[in-house]
Design a protein around this ligand. Structure first.
Ligand SMILES: C[S@@+](CC[C@H](N)C(=O)[O-])C[C@H]1O[C@@H](n2cnc3c(N)ncnc32)[C@H](O)[C@@H]1O
Length: 252
């Protein structure tokens, strides 16, 4: 399958790909990133300044890990709310299961409501200005139009509200980039194909799509320009783990 086709962002294809890998998504995320993904999500919500009483929407929430991280930071204040939204029902169901397990174990505050729903990031079912923060973790890269996705995130933010984008990037240092590219392009797709649950052969596999889609995604500096042209101000970013990932912030 050609690189261009592998990184196609046709929404039906993307939804089907994530439905296929939903059962193994969390395990593979943690395994293939040596658990760095957990630290990156923690850092994203910390840098954003999410805290008690905030209304937070996490789009492309998948199995809910970034939303759950934000939920922790809301504390026991009943005034805050976290909403996770994703257009793939299989991923949202896994997020719901995880939320139920955590509630049963009482590992998360009972007071702050946490809602999950199936919704397209390009057509969010919320009025303008409904949220203080809109977050997205490793998700905006998969949305068929980056610009339209960012504009829709901005629409549902209140004036002064903040968008938080956690996404993969390309390491800066030449030697580390070479090493990482071998892992990301050669090792990870093989491991992913081997360990993930029976992907549809037509789809190639999600772990080949991952490095291809990261290659096509704007570099951090360029993403700043895209954020500005989507209407965000005070745009800034922080690189994580030698530049493998980056957190971008922008204010409405
Ligand atoms: C790589 S997963 C990221 C999940 C989660 N945010 C995380 O941190 O692990 C990307 C998610 O984006 C979702 N997605 C892609 N395009 C979308 C869209 N237009 N609307 C809503 N969800 C979308 C997919 O269904 C998938 O669950």
């Amino acid at each position: 399958m050609s690189g261009a086709l592998t990184a196609s962002k046709d929404p039906r294809r993307i939804r089907r790909m994530f439905a296929d890998i939903a059962p193994t998504y969390d395990f593979l995320n943690h395994f293939l990133s040596a658990n760095r993904d957990r630290a990156w999500r923690r850092e994203a919500v910390r840098l954003a300044g999410i805290g008690p009483r905030h209304r937070v929407l996490d789009v492309c929430c998948g199995t809910g890990d970034l939303a759950l991280e934000a939920w922790k930071r809301l504390g026991e204040e009943p005034a805050g709310v976290i909403v996770g939204a994703d257009f793939c029902p299989e991923m949202v169901h896994r997020a719901m299961e995880k939320k139920r397990i955590l509630e049963r174990r009482r590992e998360r505050p009972a007071a702050a409501p946490f809602e999950l729903l199936v919704a397209d990031t390009l057509r969010l079912p919320f009025p303008e200005g409904a949220f203080d923060f809109v977050t997205v973790g490793f998700g905006i890269r998969n949305v068929s139009s980056l610009e339209a996705g960012l504009r829709e995130m901005r629409r549902v933010l209140r004036p002064g509200g903040r968008a938080v984008i956690l996404e993969f990037a390309t390491p800066r240092s030449a030697w580390f980039r070479k090493l990482f590219e071998v892992y990301f392009h050669q090792v990870l797709p093989r491991l992913g194909r081997w360990l993930s649950s029976a992907p549809d052969p037509d789809l190639d596999n999600a772990y080949k799509y991952l490095p291809d889609s990261v290659d096509l995604f704007p570099e951090p500096q360029v993403l700043c320009d895209v954020l500005r042209s989507a209407g965000f101000a005070e745009v800034a970013y922080r690189l994580l783990t030698f530049g493998i990932a980056a957190v971008h912030l922008g204010v409405k």
